[in-house]
Design a protein around this ligand. Structure first.
Ligand code: NOJ
Length: 538
């Protein structure tokens, strides 16, 4: 195929390919550098597609690669339809899509509909006067009675969410940085403009989008003040001092998600997943009722729960009860905004999490590095890049520690770059991909085996989920499909524990280091931090 031909989408024969796929999030800047500038790029990613194939992931979610001044990890976009030169060219992007598709791997992109960079041409035009054609494309408001901000809405990154614009003598609203003005989703032209950007990428073979901040697309049109949060105390970061009832998760925002979904559905076999804020009991709304919304509202419950068998069973139960009948679940264990889970659970329990993630009903999402148990990388104050860390100090909100470049080998720059990495790599040189590929008992090889098993066993992909009672620090559940029944028992403690069940079965896989597959009948003496997958043969 010639390199300037637009890549073709994978055949849409399996409409719901995303039910079967393991989704692997990649922040290109931290994945693989190809030109020694210390920042990962698309040609670098291209060099690593063999690895993705080896691991067995079904889809890659790529965080923003669009033209951006990069004040917020590329989530401040100056042109939705251009690849930032830091990452390469449009041809490089097309090449990545082609190579992934040739390996049967889908690709989804971040869609950031809520805001642009203040360097976007739309904003330059909008801010110039009150009467230009794009005057109403952003959220503009008159000053409050004392000449200050129009109301008390706060930016998530600290301070008022309103910024004064001298040219218009008005304020504009920004949910995030002042350099990320919010678009006005009540304006039909804004919707249409965003639809065109979606089609631009869908026409290039992209398999779907992860919608950024999908719950905040609409803000109250009366600009009513948010009430103070009665539970806020000195441990609450200042941006969360008020309850965001008039800025977040407005009922009107659902209509925007439906609109975005409508555009996606002009194409066959594409996926819309999305970042949704709020409590588990709200997640069901994001699937849609009579009109479809997101295929997969991202579920972070496994990251938020206390890590013990009893909390886990409550968390998972609450989630399954919160999603509509027929809706497809998903579970996320990492991301560019989330502290590394291995730092929270420890390496032994990271293996248990891997087994849970790959055996529970739903699409698994992991962030590059989770498969080797990457931990938070300490970032010296002078090297901090994340504005969140700089603007809201003292609450451990910085996201650089999870965004550190991936370690491919044990050299100083980890095989990531030949230059100076944009963020320091982990000092734990032994924890790298090459070493774990060689070690048959590594977390990486456990992930690989689990992913392969998941593919081989339709019951693990499509089977019903049946809870069992967590006992004795063992969290367990059943999956069933037709005659097939699979039991999963996970020891969440660092002590030996009995996994109680009756019947005959075959151990398909243990997360432990010294138990191979084989026959079992009845209760299993689990080693500390051991999980097993048993196919029942009774
Ligand atoms: C959500 C993204 O995941 C996060 O990284 C970013 O800072 C905000 N949206 C603003 O775009």
């Amino acid at each position: 195929m010639s390199t300037n031909e637009t890549p073709k989408p994978l055949p849409a024969s399996d409409e719901a390919w995303w039910r079967n796929a393991v989704v692997y999030e990649i922040a290109a800047i931290s994945f693989q550098d190809s030109n020694g500038d210390g920042q990962g790029d698309l040609p670098g990613l291209l060099q690593r597609i063999d690895y993705l194939n080896w691991l067995g992931v079904g889809a890659v979610w790529l965080t923003p690669i669009y033209r951006s001044p990069n004040r917020d990890f590329g989530y401040d976009i100056a042109d939705f339809c251009a690849v930032d030169p830091r990452f390469g060219t449009q041809e490089d992007f097309d090449e990545v899509v082609r190579a992934l598709h040739d390996s049967g791997i889908r690709i989804i992109l971040d869609l950031v509909p809520n805001h642009t960079s203040d360097e976007h041409a739309w904003f330059t035009e909008s801010r110039a006067s009150r009467s230009n054609p794009k005057a109403d494309w952003y959220l503009w408001a008159e000053a409050g009675p004392n000449g200050g901000p129009p109301n008390n809405w706060l930016s998530r990154f600290g301070g008022s969410g309103w910024e004064w614009c001298e040219e218009r003598r008005q304020f504009y609203y920004h949910s995030f940085l002042p350099s990320q003005p919010d678009l006005n989703w009540r304006n039909r032209e804004v919707r249409e403009a965003m639809a065109s950007t979606m089609r631009f990428w869908l026409d290039r073979g992209v398999d779907g989008f992860r919608v950024d901040a999908s719950a905040v697309l609409i803000k109250d049109d009366l600009l009513r003040d948010n009430p103070p949060d009665p539970e806020a105390d000195d441990k609450t970061p200042p941006p969360q001092a008020n309850m965001p009832v008039f800025t977040d998760d407005r009922p009107e925002a659902m209509d925007c998600i439906e609109y975005i979904r409508g555009v996606l559905d002009e194409y066959d076999g594409r996926l819309l997943c999305g970042e949704v804020q709020g409590k588990t009991d709200r997640i069901g709304h994001f699937y849609g009722n009579s009109k479809p919304r997101l295929n997969l509202p991202l579920n972070f419950a496994l990251l938020d729960t206390e890590w013990n068998a009893i909390s886990l069973q409550a968390t998972i139960d609450a989630y399954f009860n919160a999603i509509p009948k027929g809706a497809w679940p998903d579970f996320v264990i990492g991301g560019h905004d989330k502290h590394r889970v291995a730092s929270k659970l420890g390496q032994a329990q990271a293996r248990i999490l891997a087994m849970l993630l790959m055996t529970i009903r739903g699409t698994p999402f992991l962030f590059a590095g989770d498969e080797i148990g990457s931990e938070q990388v300490p970032i010296p104050a002078e090297q901090v890049r994340d504005p969140f860390e700089r603007l809201v100090k003292g609450f451990d909100l910085g996201r650089d520690p999870e965004r550190a470049p991936l370690r491919w080998d044990d050299t100083e720059a980890g095989g990531f770059t030949t230059g100076e990495p944009w963020l320091p790599l982990s000092g734990d040189r032994a924890r790298n991909i090459e070493a774990q590929q060689r070690d048959g008992k590594s977390l990486l090889n456990l992930y690989r085996e689990l992913i392969a098993l998941r593919r081989r066993e339709p019951c693990l992909l499509h089977g019903e989920y049946r809870p069992r009672r967590a006992q004795n620090d063992v969290f367990s559940f059943e999956r069933s499909l037709g005659e097939t029944e699979i039991l999963v028992g996970l020891n969440l403690s660092g002590e030996p524990r009995l996994f109680e069940w009756q019947g005959n079965g075959l151990i398909l896989l243990s997360s432990g280091l010294d138990r191979g597959p084989g026959k079992v009948d009845g209760p299993i003496h689990l080693k500390p931090n051991e999980g097993v997958i048993v196919k029942v043969t009774r």
